[in-house]
Write a protein that binds this ligand. Structure first.
Ligand SMILES: [Zn+2]
Length: 168
């Protein structure tokens, strides 16, 4: 899972396309029925055609929803609800997008609803600076030590006077 609802977007897109195809198929079937010279064909044609057009519109909204939930993370849940409802309506009205549109829209909508974006890195507070270490605090106290025997200056840590060799 990234910080984008990719799976929800892809499923909503494909589901929407299938619902569009299902609607277009219905609209085509509706216009075919209208060509039959049978009693009641005209009204049946109009009903199926209208259903098909509604299906195409619903599929288009599902496709838009797929894009929107991806491009605007704040609207992911809202579009998830819309895609979910449209998928269910498409199934109830028998548009369904050959069932695949309904199924993909259903899953895509649920994924968008349950989508949780990962926290952006950088929310962590910066590490504490281990500062206040005084730099260059070399032990200067031992400097200026002098030999008790000859009075020569003795470097720090020496056990014998470098000048006269006296033990310190
Ligand atoms: Zn000395």
């Amino acid at each position: 899972m990234g910080d984008k609802p990719t799976a929800a977007m892809v499923l909503s897109l494909i589901g929407g396309i299938f619902v569009i195809l299902g609607g277009a198929f219905l609209a085509f079937a509706g216009s075919l029925i209208g060509s039959f010279n049978v009693t009641g064909a005209a009204s049946a044609s109009a009903t199926v055609l209208a259903l098909g057009i509604v299906g195409v519109i619903m599929g288009l909204i599902m496709v838009v929803g797929g894009f929107m939930m991806y491009s605007k993370p704040t609207s992911t849940k809202m579009w998830g609800v819309i895609v979910l409802i449209l998928a269910i309506i498409s199934w109830v009205t028998a548009i369904g997008g050959f069932f695949i549109g309904f199924l993909l829209g259903l899953i895509g909508g649920i994924l968008a609803l349950t989508f949780k974006p990962t926290m952006a890195p950088g929310a962590m507070p910066p590490p504490m600076m281990s500062s206040s270490m005084p730099m260059g605090s070399a032990p200067m106290g031992s400097m200026g030590m002098t030999c008790k025997n000859c009075g020569a200056s003795i470097p720090a840590g020496a056990t014998r006077c470098p000048s006269c060799g006296a033990s310190l």
